[in-house]
Design a binder for this molecule. Structure first.
Ligand SMILES: *Cc1c(COP(=O)(O)O)cnc(C)c1O
Length: 300
């Protein structure tokens, strides 16, 4: 069976008086539209893993993540779609939430592990699964195969851009884009917005992955306190963006990226006349986690 489904990720312009004022054109690539649950970059990162597992006759995917992980949900849905069993080690005490319920609906088996044991993922994997029977996928899909899969985002582009911007967790998706840009040796600037504190450390990860720092611009000040942390200012921005564009973004990844983009534009970081592309990496379940944190969305 072919590990394929049609990739629907249109690239279209978005409008704002701010862009006009600064003489910029801003576009968005809608990886959020690829699939409702195998959202955005998560499919890109999983595809080659699934192909490899299948070609080696392995019929089970094993992965890792927190209780609200988009990657866990994507793995569950992709496994169901491509007839692979799925198993996930979830960090922390046993909980239930809408994301984990959806994972179970897709047939995924969940196993909660304390934070200490969770650190050694290879050991957890080897203890639970005989070699050759299961396929290991690291947290967040972080892997060389994941990077390779994300090269396709760039290859699909119909237009050229002076600037491309996206959010980063593990940095795998950004690494794929960087690899694609560098292989064409053009001048496109890749702007990466880490959603975790200390996002500057991503620069080292890119090095480890064998990527030069050319074309790379890290903007590490838009994490709003750290992973899945938010502030009223961010939520107010999201509300304004969503209501003006009709494009849903969320507070964990794409909200921070888009906030960063607007801020960089306001600060005249882009030459007038530039074309900028934002990558919508999906992940709208990020909103659900906010409900757990606050009981509602503060201020909305
Ligand atoms: C997982 C995720 C990311 C982070 O991707 P990395 O490859 O880990 O950097 C970005 N955006 C969304 C919506 C995600 O779900």
């Amino acid at each position: 069976m072919d590990v394929q489904f049609p990739i629907y990720s249109p690239e279209h312009e978005i409008y704002d008086p701010l862009f006009e004022e600064k003489n910029l054109r801003v576009f968005i690539k809608r990886d959020d539209m690829i699939h409702p649950f195998i959202s955005g970059n998560k499919w890109r990162k999983l595809k080659l893993h699934i192909e490899q597992a299948k070609s080696q006759g392995i019929n089970q995917l094993v992965t890792f993540g927190g209780a609200w992980s988009n990657h866990i949900l994507a793995t569950a849905a992709a496994g169901a779609q491509f007839q692979l069993k799925t198993y996930a080690f979830i960090r922390g005490e046993e909980v239930s939430n809408p994301v984990l319920s959806m994972c179970k609906l897709f047939g995924m088996q969940l196993h909660f592990v304390d934070r200490e044991s969770y650190r050694n993922k290879e050991a957890l994997f080897q203890q639970a699964f005989p070699a050759q029977e299961a396929w290991f996928i690291d947290e967040g899909g972080r892997s060389d195969l994941g990077i390779e899969g994300c090269v396709s985002i760039y290859e699909e582009l119909k237009n050229t851009y002076q600037h491309i911007i996206l959010a980063a967790g593990t940095g795998t998706t950004a690494a794929g884009l960087l690899k694609a840009i560098q292989s064409q040796s053009n001048d496109t600037q890749l702007h990466v917005v880490p959603v975790l504190k200390l996002g500057d450390s991503l620069a080292n990860d890119f090095k480890t992955w064998g990527l030069a720092s050319k074309n790379l611009y890290l903007h590490a000040d838009y994490h709003f306190g750290g992973y899945a942390k938010t502030k009223p200012e961010l939520l107010a921005f999201i509300q304004s963006f969503v209501s003006k564009t009709g494009i849903m973004i969320e507070p964990v990844y794409t909200g921070k990226m888009m906030y960063g983009l607007y801020d960089l534009i306001k600060k005249d970081q882009f030459k007038p006349g530039s074309h900028i592309l934002a990558i919508h990496t999906g992940g709208l379940t990020g909103f659900l986690g906010m409900y757990e944190q606050f009981g509602a969305l503060p201020g909305i």
